[in-house]
Design a binder for this molecule. Structure first.
Ligand code: LLP
Length: 417
């Protein structure tokens, strides 16, 4: 894989991580172009045209990442006007974009129509009416897919399960036919597809296949009504191993999905993988500031915080933490790896065996997805720099935020206020 030790030293492809940290400072996100490419090809090689793959931009939206994927022929799944602008800035094509999300604003819909995006994944009747209204004002026809909630249990963390009735996402299966009929009656909508997304970090094909069967049934019903559905977008959600989990066999699932779709006929399939493309293609490098032994617990205080990588704090997510420079034959005390932010929830790992002292570098693994994109400036901490390696070459793809930019646009009150 792309992050491996050569003797005692961690490398990102052919670049020594110590050198990257020396050049760019810490905390630092490091992505491997080879890993992103390999992950993408793992999907694309089992997904012949006309089927489409739309990378879920929210997982990692750095322009360089989007550009690598655009060059591999990726489409994009976006959830905001901002993400659309990023895709276009990175060289992606609007026609290859699908627009998901429960709360699309007037401005976002208008912008997406102006850019001629590939499809709106619509989540409610109210949204359908809104798109109709804006499209008719512009005198254009909007391509539409309805996001249906298949009500399957994805067996994942409740915060990232989205396919249950109790979630805010999508239109209930029982209402889908009515909403579709309504859409058909609206002049400026082209009702061409259905989509679903049942959750994230799913590690077995079964929930996906259950959801697919329900979607196939729906398509059958719609077609009986004379509504010609031509695409089915099964969303993303493909999990990756963070700890000891077994890897999801993507190829088997993709082939089975295509086999079942063929029975229905005349159906273009789409997927929106995010994490599976970038998750294991990135690490976060952080420096130990202090070792703080205690009677109950020992702490390694590092220079990255929950503002840089929120997943452990928000989902109690597990990420491997490894030394960038391995020390042989030394004791590895049990430590909590924690950040400098003033919250008890500011941690990266509890009870890890790690021998590290002030100045040492650690790598938090599998940080390529939902790492930088969920970063904030909490505690007035500038967001980290990002680097992409390719063989022996390392390119800075995002500069560390300059401190003063954090209050740019803020204003103190005038003397008379
Ligand atoms: N499509 C839709 C409509 C989505 O809502 C998502 C993710 C995806 C595709 C991509 O899912 P993926 O293939 O990456 O699982 N922040 C959380 C994950 C939130 C996922 C939200 N939706 C985390 O760090 O685990």
């Amino acid at each position: 894989m792309s992050f491996t030790y050569k003797e005692t030293e961690l490398f990102a492809e052919q670049c020594a991580v110590t050198e990257l940290a020396k050049t760019h400072g810490t905390p630092l996100f490091v992505y491997s172009k080879a890993a992103i490419t390999a992950n993408w090809q793992q999907f694309s090689q089992h997904w012949p045209a006309p089927h489409k793959l739309c990378y879920a931009v929210k997982a990692n939206s750095n322009l360089a990442v989007l550009n690598v994927l655009a060059r591999l022929g990726a489409g994009f799944d976006i959830v905001s006007g901002g993400e659309l602008a990023r895709v276009l800035a990175a060289g992606g094509k609007a026609e290859d974009v699908v627009f998901s999300g429960v709360g699309k604003s007037h401005e976002e819909i208008a912008y997406a129509l102006d850019q001629n995006i590939g499809c709106f994944n619509v989540e409610s009747s109210a949204e359908l009416e809104r798109i109709q209204h804006i499209a008719s004002e512009k005198g254009v026809v909007a391509p539409i897919s309805l996001r249906v909630n298949p009500d399957v249990d994805a067996q994942t963390h409740p915060y990232i399960a989205t396919g249950l009735k109790a979630n805010k996402f999508g239109i209930a299966m029982g209402e889908a036919l009515d909403v579709f009929r309504r859409g058909q009656a609206l002049e400026n909508l082209d009702m061409r597809g259905v989509d679903c997304h049942i959750g994230s970090q799913i590690l077995t094909p079964q929930p996906f296949l259950d959801a697919a069967d329900r979607m196939f049934n729906l398509i059958g019903t719609l077609r009986e009504e004379g509504i010609q559905i031509t695409h089915l977008d099964m969303g993303g959600g493909f999990g990756i191993p963070y700890q000891h989990e077994e890897k999801l066999e993507v190829s088997g699932y993709l082939q089975e999905l295509q086999r079942r779709a063929k029975e229905i006929g005349n159906l273009t399939l789409m997927l929106e993988p995010g994490r599976a493309i970038v998750g294991n293609a990135g690490i976060m490098v952080t420096k130990v500031e202090y070792y703080k032994p205690g009677s109950e617990k020992n702490f390694l205080l590092v220079d990255a915080g929950m503002n840089d990588l929120l997943r452990p704090s928000l989902y109690n997510a597990y990420h491997d933490i490894v030394p960038v420079q391995r020390h042989q034959g030394v004791d590895e005390p049990l430590v909590d790896v924690v950040g400098p932010v003033c919250e008890t929830g500011d941690f990266f790992g509890h009870a890890r065996h790690l021998a590290a002292q002030e100045g040492d570098l650690l790598a938090v693994m599998n940080a390529g997805a939902y790492g930088f994109t969920m970063a904030s400036n909490y505690n007035t901490r500038p967001r980290a720099a990002e680097v992409m390696v390719h063989g022996e070459t390392a390119s800075l793809i995002r500069e560390r935020e300059p401190l003063a930019s954090l209050w740019q646009g803020e204003h103190v009150l005038g003397d008379d206020a």
